[in-house]
Design a binder for this molecule. Structure first.
Ligand code: DLL
Length: 431
């Protein structure tokens, strides 16, 4: 079977019908091949395997994978820009990069075949989300070095959809295009979909009457409460798509619309493990570690994603394991006076507080010796008793998360909207 076979547009990929045993056999064969490819063609992997005393021939079964060393973002940065490539520069057909918050960007490369593979897994994802050939797909993920826009674009085309490549920004125009072109599907970050929702209302339009039926949301963590908010106010299905540039981009794992119970990892191409983020030992829930099984230009072996989740058995696609909705990244963790807080925990509680909108920011300051976490949150229009809403949220965070926070309620439309990935936390502790 070539990369999962070549299904008719809109059909299930033959790989999606494999049994668990067939999938495991395919994974082992591909794993052995990719370890060999990485070892022979990337000096970094040769050095790292040698230093750990392992060789690709040592992989006789899938469990042997645990003997191979991890790869980290720092390894990718150290080999900037093209040192992780396993094929000559001339065979690279596409470059993407993620800016990251500090230091050098992480550069990733694709062969023609990798670009095809990416379109294939992304087409699978859009179909699992409910998209079908012939539909119109509004892509509001950013186009450019970020993998969101082009990843969604090629996948939608591969599925047989028509694409409106809008990219992010110019919110009023986005709403006009949705009203005029009437797309069934939108692909966008959840935070930007919220901004679009508000813009619909600003223009006096009822979002529930828009043409949108499916929203494929990812690139940042979002919660079940946010799903409920978006589905209800837009009257559509909101499903989760996961991916990262180091592994391929969006399309590594996808939630199926019929179950909405976590994201099936396309395991015939990306092998998932979860490890304890501190010890690196296998753990039921913890940091997601991914190995690419088929990518040629830049294979990654046991890549530490820093994303926290849990592996679960498959449901809608029985052979493929699921990851639970990502609660956050290990680097998003805020430690306030010794208590661990993830922004998604606050998101849940904000959305459960009557009168508060889902637009909020977390500000960390250190006025004296102690850190103070302030939740700055916009009220919904018509909130009459902000004091009470603030007290309610403070109490919910104290009881639910175990930490004292300040709550500052601001008027609707005062916080800056994000166009691409949301920046939830503003840390001014060093100022
Ligand atoms: O964000 C790829 C992508 C684009 C995924 C569009 C989905 C939709 P990067 O810029 O490399 O790639 O950032 C990857 O974003 O390690 C996670 O921390 C986070 N992330 C991506 N999808 C989700 C999700 C793209 N569904 C990093 N839930 C990842 C939570 C997500 N976090």
């Amino acid at each position: 079977m070539r990369y999962g076979g070549a299904p008719e547009p809109g059909e299930l990929d033959p790989a999606e019908r494999l049994s668990r045993d067939e999938l495991a056999a395919l994974q082992l064969e591909r794993l052995r091949r990719i370890l060999d490819h990485a070892y022979r063609n990337v000096p970094f992997y040769r050095r790292s395997f040698d230093a750990h005393g392992v060789h690709p021939d040592d992989c006789g079964e899938l469990a042997d994978m645990a003997r191979f060393p991890f790869t980290t973002k720092e390894d990718l940065r150290d080999n900037y820009p093209f040192g992780m490539f396993a094929v000559p520069r001339e065979r690279i057909a596409r470059i993407h990069a993620s800016s990251g918050t500090t230091g050098r960007p992480t550069v990733v490369g694709y062969t023609r075949g990798d670009v095809e593979l990416w379109a294939e897994v992304m087409a699978r994802s859009i179909r699992a989300a409910g998209g079908r050939p012939g539909q119109l797909v509004h892509v509001a993920y950013g186009y450019g070095l970020f993998t969101g826009g082009l990843g969604a674009h090629y996948g939608a085309e591969r599925l047989g959809c028509a694409v409106v490549p809008v990219s992010g920004g110019m919110t009023p125009r986005q709403v006009r295009l949705i009203e005029d072109f009437r797309p069934e599907v939108i692909m966008v970050t959840p935070s930007y979909l919220l901004a679009l929702l508000d813009e619909f209302e600003n223009q006096g339009l009822d979002p529930r009457r828009s043409s949108l039926r499916t929203a494929i949301l990812g690139a940042e963590p979002w919660t079940e409460d946010m799903r409920a908010e978006l589905e209800d106010r837009f009257d559509l299905h909101a499903v989760d798509v996961y991916g990262l540039s180091e592994v391929i981009g969006p399309g590594v794992a996808q939630e199926c619309v019929e179950t909405k119970d976590g994201l099936h990892v396309w395991e015939d191409h990306f092998y998932p493990e979860t490890v304890d983020p501190f010890t690196g030992q296998a753990a039921e829930s913890g940091e997601l570690v991914l190995t690419t099984l088929t990518k040629q230009a830049m294979p990654v072996i046991r890549y530490r994603t820093r994303d926290l989740t849990r592996l679960l058995p498959g449901t809608a696609r029985p052979a493929f394991r699921r990851i639970e909705k990502i609660t956050g990244r290990s680097d998003d963790l805020i430690i306030v006076r010794g208590v661990n807080v993830f922004p998604t925990q606050i998101e849940e509680l904000v959305l459960r507080t009557p009168g508060l909108s889902p637009h909020f920011q977390l500000r960390l300051t250190r006025p004296g010796r102690l850190d103070v976490l302030t939740v700055v949150v916009e009220s919904r229009p018509g909130l009459t008793d902000p004091e009470r809403a603030a007290a309610e949220l403070r109490g919910a965070v104290r009881d639910g998360v175990g930490v004292r926070v300040e709550v500052e309620i601001v008027g609707p439309e005062t916080l800056e909207r994000s166009v691409g990935k949301l920046k939830r936390v503003v840390d001014s502790r060093d100022n």
